[in-house]
Design a protein around this ligand. Structure first.
Ligand code: PLP
Length: 423
């Protein structure tokens, strides 16, 4: 006769059965019929909307000026200051900002642009919008960012620009990238959608390259619903960008002719319609003011995750920060070592959702998306480092309104699933 901890009496054979049942009742994943770690679902991301944001938006609504106006201009000034950039242009998205940068640099048909496959599709899509060719350079297996050594191998006579992405908020190897770009006369446009708070070797992201594009999409660290920012230190590029972002209408033309009576604005270029509105800027301004405070909370959660998950042998955790850089802590991602699991990433992520933990995938490598496979003939094996990460990666909730219990629920759910699904 054996006695289980909770006092049930079982025979040896029964005891095996009982303890198995007991174990299952505690550790069976919800997706397999067990009890979830959380009753209420922990969403993957949630923008922080406080009184400041609401008041600022109401003030704008009541002012009667909703379009691109004083709030947008002020947001640009404040963001330029924050990013240590000479100029900042507020736009409708990071995607639009990146495409506009390519337009200003006159990159189009016949040109090649190099980027990482381990990014959101928009980074590559905009190159195609311009009629240019996108070339991928594989990532560093340690940092998950574009590997300068692969950039070097991808450059041809047609290469005009590189778009490094600061994946999850970790700055790419900008010293090496800047040097390669200089040596081969390439432009650099940074995709800093994840990296508003980041610093690289003592320099603020936004101040380094020809252009830097930021995102204020609803899930990003500074969120305005939809929105983006393009920074540069080049006055002429900035002025041209401002014109092209709003139909290509030139205020200069207005000034030139207005002395002779009323003349409407003239189009000096077939411009885009990708301006930011004052309503969006009203959300951005207070968020920019609280960004460093939020960043501290994100960093605390990050450290708790690192501490917990470094003990789990079957998981790859994010690399430690490089000296003299600041990680923006936008996304915290884990990578499964697939050979150590009975299930694949998609099943693992589905199971995590069933435990009540929202999660995401950042990112499926771009070359493996249907359009890229079908149009360019890309296939599994083309960029093995990106694939090893992108096919096994998933991101966990990391945002300032999470409390201690939320964080420990995430950790417990991961531990539970790892225990159950490990080979
Ligand atoms: C979100 C994101 C973008 C696109 O940002 P939008 O503002 O939605 O256009 C671009 N690149 C990366 C890496 C992103 O995560």
């Amino acid at each position: 006769m054996g006695t289980l901890e909770h006092g049930n009496k079982c025979s040896n054979a029964q005891m095996f059965k009982c303890s198995n049942a007991l174990m299952n009742s505690i550790n069976l994943p919800a997706i397999e019929g067990g009890k979830p770690v959380r009753k209420d679902f922990l969403v993957f991301g949630r923008p922080m909307i406080l009184k400041e944001e609401i008041d600022e938006v109401l003030e704008t609504l009541r002012s009667g000026w909703w379009g691109t106006g004083p709030k947008t201009k002020f947001f640009e000034k404040e963001f330029a200051k924050y990013a240590h950039a000479k100029y900042a242009l507020a736009l409708s998205s990071c995607t639009a900002a990146t495409e506009l940068a390519l337009d200003i640099l006159e990159i189009g048909t016949g040109d090649e642009v190099i980027t990482t496959p381990l990014t959101f599709v928009s980074t590559a899509n905009v190159v195609l919008h311009r009629g240019a060719t996108v070339k991928f350079a594989d990532v560093d297996p340690n940092t998950w960012n574009i590997d300068p050594k692969f950039i070097g191998k991808t450059i041809t006579k047609k290469t005009k620009a590189v778009i490094p992405v600061h994946l999850h908020g970790r700055p790419a190897d900008m010293d090496a990238i800047t040097k390669i770009a200089k040596d081969h006369k390439l432009y650099v446009i940074e995709d800093a959608a994840h990296a508003a708070e980041a610093w690289y070797h003592g320099k603020k992201i936004g101040s380094i390259s020809d252009f830097t594009a930021f995102s204020f999409y609803a899930t990003k660290n500074v969120a305005t619903g939809e929105g983006g920012m393009l920074t540069t230190n080049n006055k002429q590029w900035f002025e041209t960008a401002a014109i092209r972002a709003l139909h290509g209408l030139s205020a200069d033309a207005w000034n030139r002719y207005s002395a002779y009576g009323f003349k409407p604005y003239e189009a000096v270029y077939p411009g885009y319609k990708i301006n930011m509105t004052d309503i969006q800027a009203s959300l951005g301004l207070p968020q920019l003011r609280s960004i460093e405070k939020s960043s501290k909370v994100r960093t605390r959660i990050w450290q708790e995750y690192q501490k917990a998950f470094s003990k789990i042998e079957s998981l790859i955790i994010p690399a430690t920060d490089e000296a003299n850089t600041v990680h923006a802590r936008h996304l915290y991602a884990l990578v499964l070592k697939p050979e150590m699991f009975k299930v694949d990433r998609n099943r693992f992520v589905a199971a995590l959702q069933e435990e009540g933990i929202g999660c995401g995938v950042h990112f499926i490598p771009v070359h493996l998306h249907e359009y890229y496979r079908k149009t360019f003939g890309y296939k599994l094996g083309d960029f093995p480092e990106s694939e090893k990460i992108g096919l096994n990666i998933f991101s966990l909730p990391i945002y300032p309104t999470m409390n201690k219990n939320d964080v420990s629920d995430v950790i417990n759910a991961i531990q539970k699933l790892v225990d159950y699904y490990r080979k």
